[in-house]
Design a binder for this molecule. Structure first.
Ligand code: ATP
Ligand code: MG
Length: 453
């Protein structure tokens, strides 16, 4: 695993599969190729038809192959925010080589840390070290080459449902590709879309996709709260189709060409020609009627997520909302969010030529996140995924590490909150408590009163 050369990011969405290839140097990603295809085997961000998804991935990757003129063999894939759980973990080891700490010791702390008790249907997808402790010195970011007897890593483990990861992995393999690693979409967004201040003082990220809308609360550079509502912009198209008796394709076109998120932005006198499935002749409806249908769904989504965000005090954070995802391209959406939540709201759209649509934000964030990985983060990820340890500029550091030692008993550091599953139209959320950082507790408490009480 490396963060230089060609890195290919794969974002398998409910509506569209997006693939970006980036030339990565010095932790900077320069996008060199773009591929996309319509997704036929994905529901609410989850692969439900492996063969159909494999065919769609192949099609999108073929476009990349044409542009880069070199066949892609490996991808980094994003996992959606829904149904993610978070645990604080700790792994401690005795330093192997005469007290001189190496990346192999770091990898060993990862193996210790993931010996957490997990339900059999969950897998660790990301492990983010928060600090290393060498003997009694804490707050160390990279302990490599330091001298000490004992090394501990404190970190945050993100877990996802095993079947969600497994089906996506299978679809990728069936498409003839290797999966390098999974990246959590909310993590990638938080580290690439937000500046330092927004990450420190607190910001809400909103990903308005086709089949789901996900909110992520970032504070003190960490994900503090995730909530997903199982409806997105495709639901708006389906509502238009149902209410106006239009075929889904026509409804979708109407949304894209003439839709507004707020009915007050539409003009009653602007008439739109539609052709109902049951009618012989075309008829006219007002732009306002279309906007009212759209607004009802937008308000439902924002309302449901807003209740959760309000409970954790997220609207008191100074960063406001950064919104992205294809659904955010709907005219008036930024204004609708601003007026509903009463916080400053900004739309994120990638600025690269050919990518200027918020629907590309997920894939864009993915490759930039992969490019930004520090040596220590790469080592931790390699250890987590059981890959041979490769340090940039150094030869491979030995044998593959055992992959699945997670069932051995180890005390859980932080209580896990199970999110409800398969409950349509109900937001599911994950909260993170912060027992590990009592010093910071009082300050955060102001923002997250409900979190810690
Ligand atoms: N200009 C626009 N106005 C309204 N909706 C739009 C616009 N452009 C794209 N969309 C909608 O955005 C959605 C696609 O966005 P995106 O690619 O972010 O979703 P996805 O990643 O496929 O889905 P998900 O993230 O939910 O799995 C579709 O529903 C599409 O109709
Ligand atoms: Mg998406």
């Amino acid at each position: 695993m490396a963060n230089h050369g060609l890195i290919v990011g794969l974002d398998v969405g409910t509506n569209t599969i997006k693939v970006l290839a980036a030339d990565v140097r010095d932790q900077q990603a320069n996008i060199v190729a773009v591929g996309r295809s319509v997704a036929h085997g994905v529901k609410k961000g989850v692969v439900v038809d492996i063969d159909a998804t494999a065919t769609d991935i192949r099609q999108a990757v073929a476009q990349i192959n044409e542009q880069t003129e070199q066949p892609i063999t490996e991808v980094v894939a994003s996992l959606p925010a829904s149904n993610i759980q978070i645990q604080h973990v700790k792994g401690t080891v005795t330093v192997q080589d005469s007290q001189h700490i190496s990346y192999e010791d770091v990898a060993n702390t990862v193996q210790e840390a993931i010996k957490i008790q997990l339900p059999s249907d969950r897998e660790v997808v990301e492990l983010i070290p928060t600090e290393f402790v060498v003997d009694d010195f804490d707050g160390i970011q990279d302990p490599n080459d330091m001298v000490g007897m004992r090394l501990a890593m404190h970190g945050i483990a993100y877990t996802a449902p095993r079947n969600v990861m497994g089906n996506l992995r299978l679809a990728i393999n069936k498409a003839g590709l290797q999966l390098r690693d999974f990246v959590l979409a909310p993590l990638a967004y938080s580290k690439t879309l937000l500046d330092d201040g927004q990450q420190e003082f607190g910001t809400i990220l909103l990903d308005m996709g086709a089949g789901q809308t996900s909110a992520t609360v970032v504070h003190e550079h960490q994900l503090k709260f995730l909530s997903s509502f199982p409806a997105g912009s495709d639901n708006i198209s389906r509502d238009i189709s149902a209410v106006l008796e239009l075929g889904l394709h026509d409804a979708d076109m109407l949304k894209l060409d003439s839709g507004f998120a707020l009915s007050k932005l539409a003009q009653e006198e602007n008439q739109l020609v539609i052709k109902k499935v049951s009618a012989e002749e075309p008829e006219q409806i007002s732009e306002t009627l279309l906007a009212q249908i759209i607004e009802a769904r937008v308000m439902q989504i924002l309302g449901k997520l807003g209740e959760k965000l309000d409970l954790v005090g997220a609207f008191q954070m100074p960063g406001g909302v950064i919104v992205t995802g294809g659904g955010a391209a709907l005219r008036g959406m930024t204004q609708a969010i601003h007026e509903t939540y009463n916080v400053q709201t900004k739309l994120f759209t990638p600025d690269d030529i050919g990518l200027r649509h918020p629907g590309y934000a997920g894939a864009w964030a993915l490759v930039h996140y992969a490019a930004q990985q520090t040596p220590i983060q790469l080592i931790v990820k390699q250890a987590l995924y059981g890959l041979p340890l490769i340090v940039l500029g150094q030869p491979s550091m030995g044998a593959q590490l055992p992959r699945d030692r997670r069932n051995e008993k180890k005390k859980q550091k932080v209580e896990q909150q199970r999110a409800p599953q398969n409950e349509p139209e109900k937001a599911e959320s994950t909260e993170v408590t912060d027992e590990e950082q009592p010093k910071k507790k009082n300050r955060i408490k102001n923002f997250f009163a409900e979190f810690f009480d």
